[in-house]
Write a protein that binds this ligand. Sequence first.
Ligand SMILES: *[C@@H]1O[C@H](CO)[C@@H](O)[C@H](O)[C@H]1NC(C)=O
Ligand SMILES: *[C@@H]1O[C@H](CO)[C@@H](O)[C@H](O)[C@H]1NC(C)=O
Ligand SMILES: *[C@@H]1O[C@H](CO)[C@@H](O)[C@H](O)[C@H]1NC(C)=O
Ligand SMILES: *[C@@H]1O[C@H](CO)[C@@H](O)[C@H](O)[C@H]1NC(C)=O
Ligand SMILES: *[C@@H]1O[C@H](CO)[C@@H](O)[C@H](O)[C@H]1NC(C)=O
Length: 745
Amino acid sequence: MATNLIMGIFHVMICMLFSSPLIIAKDITIETPPKSTLQTYIVHVKLPRGRVSADSDELERWYISFLPGDKGPRTRLVRTFRHVATGFAAKLTSEEVKEMEKKEGFITARLQKKLSLHTTHSPSFLGLHQNLGLWKGSNYGEGVIIGLIDSGISPGHSSFDDRDVPPPPKKWKGQCEFSAGCNNKLIGARNFASDTWGPPVDDYGHGTHTASTAAGNFVPGGNVFGMANGTAVGMAPRAHLAMYKVCSDEGCYEADILAAMDAAIEDGVHVMSLSLGGGSIDFFDDVIAIGAFAAIQKGIFVSCSAGNSGPFDGSLSNEAPWILTVGASTIDRRIVATAVLGNKDEYTGESVYQPSDFPYEDMPLIDAAGGNVTTGLCEPGSLDNIDVKGKIVLCQSGGWTDPIDKGQTVKDAGGAAMILMNKERDAYTTIADPHVLPATEVSYDAGVKIRAYISSTSTPRAAIMFRGTVIGFPSALTVASFSSRGPSSASPGILKPDIVGPGVNILAAWPESVDNYPNENAIFNIISGTSMSCPHLSGVAALLKSAHPDWSPAAIKSAIMTTASQLDSAGGPIEDERHLPADIFALGAGHVNPSSANDPGLVYDLQPEDYIPYLCGLGYTDDEIETIVHQSVSCSNITSIPEAQLNYPSFSVQLGASTKTYTRTVTNVGEANSTYSVEIIRAKGVDLGVEPCTLSFSKVNQKMTYEISFRKSSTSVNGTFVQGAIVWRSAKRAVRSPISVKLVR
Ligand SMILES: *[C@@H]1O[C@H](CO)[C@@H](O)[C@H](O)[C@H]1NC(C)=O
Ligand SMILES: *[C@@H]1O[C@H](CO)[C@@H](O)[C@H](O)[C@H]1NC(C)=O
Ligand SMILES: *[C@@H]1O[C@H](CO)[C@@H](O)[C@H](O)[C@H]1NC(C)=O
Ligand SMILES: *[C@@H]1O[C@H](CO)[C@@H](O)[C@H](O)[C@H]1NC(C)=O
Ligand SMILES: *[C@@H]1O[C@H](CO)[C@@H](O)[C@H](O)[C@H]1NC(C)=O
């Protein structure tokens, strides 16, 4: 498996939206370079005076007019943008930027940063079955194009075979940079990663994995080390894929991301999927938010990973309300390896590598820590002075070494096997990794008990029982510990994340074998992250787009959110990594339920213009808003709205002494004649009123508005968050909006 750590160059929050939650997020500050160094800046400007649009040549001339004249300004230009921004990326010195600031039409310039990258069974787990329901109703996503902004793709993989996939829609304008060409499944592939060369091959695996999760074709017998064996298939098996490579193993440059999003919009994708990010930032400074706004202006749905910085509050990336922000949950499949102790206690863990020749018999068990927490991490060299030969070694997660390298350390020291215990914060979220030796990764709780057993006896012993792939764990649906949590920092009045979907131990296509699998076109790997949950939702959005071509991006998002589930298959509340009910900042609206999303009854719709009063309400300046919406905006001329007044399918309200009242408008997308009544699920300490409490529709696409009021009750405790929901119920449907209230003085 490729190394997971990606370093940033500038002062960047390294937010791992990819794979292991075990890598510590870290601020990396590099000394400021000498003033005259050329560096890449992203520059936003206004349109040429008096223009509401401009052609590419005219735009380029306009952009060049901002650049220094001496040595040929054109050579300084790195990227020009058209859809995603009125602006460009250019190599400049800080003095030159100061000069540029004086020019008429200039808005902002800032140094570009580097962002980081954040299935066999998951379709059926999500209720998608061949010749039934949503797969049938959407024709498996036929006619829809999903554009992935990622690390490239392995074009020859069987997941990207175009069997049963028709040619792309006529409007498709994309290009294919692979010399062997593309096909009807993979219809476009371009390389925008400015630090790599040649066609957009995936040296990493991330882009191949996410693309096949969104829309991989059916591949029988997909497995890793024989585990999770089954027909590997993406969420929208007949949708088309277009890969825009922006990431190398060094990270993903912002100017490349913007250029790729610009191209995807121009080419005609319907859904954009971004499993990468850089933490919470103001939307006018957030290239993904800026590119995504241009996308929704063209009716393109944008799905993004929430980040892998959980379980801490306020740890989200990609918070803009015009983006679907996707957290990660577990599925009901485990790759089970059980640690059986000498005292007969058993602890269930997971590992993808389960060698059949490893004997199931008692062996000496040793705690690598032996009281020294540093040694317990099993970092390279740390076992040199400990006799672990022929023993099972208990190691702790964390530090700077990933789980597979910890296994390598144990193996190098002569250890027979490894039990890897979670960090406390990861609690019961266990990851199945392709280890280099017999191993099992167990919960923190199990680790504490195993440790206690070791110190309770002079001859600790254990065995590892490999039990292979087990499907149907009843309370298996939990929010993963690493999944980033709300509340949103950039816009606290919008509830985020929006939704959770499968993101733990996901099997999908991979460029190179991790298990010496003989068929090089059918290689898979099992990895975890919100990077994995995001393309599940991109695929679901493609199915909905195919089934409902007239739905706006906001309508698709509303359908996904209001039909999400808050219960697991055993009927209990979805839990978090601690096995406590997951709160609203972990779960958002809930766990995606694709079949229900196909028939939501009512949707909370929004047009791109509706975000302008909201952005004014956030207190952004006119110029800052212009960099997002690329049209001139004057907030003093607009009635701005508070964040919570945006017609969003959920609520995030800050409540002090005064009553807060907001309105929402719902659109009937069910039967013409339908009546909905409101059900209020109270938030503790809040009186909630809805007016009217019945909505009777007589036409399809009819809109009705209701008012919702929030008032503190006598039991309210200041300084706390409370949660509730409102549900509009008809005979057939429930349209649910989660509510978060922050009680303040
Ligand atoms: C995977 O499943 C297929 C079909 O059930 C079977 O033919 C194949 O042998 C299995 N492969 C492994 C490695 O278990
Ligand atoms: C723990 O182990 C580390 C690494 O071997 C060593 O540097 C350190 O001194 C040890 N600490 C204690 C308290 O023994
Ligand atoms: C505000 O709107 C009025 C009337 O539409 C217009 O004349 C004026 O120029 C606008 N002001 C700004 C700052 O855009
Ligand atoms: C809580 O806030 C309300 C105003 O919203 C205030 O009247 C009340 O005194 C506060 N309670 C405490 C215990 O601070
Ligand atoms: C809706 O109900 C009205 C009045 O009951 C009826 O006249 C109309 O035909 C119904 N429309 C549909 C599409 O069923």
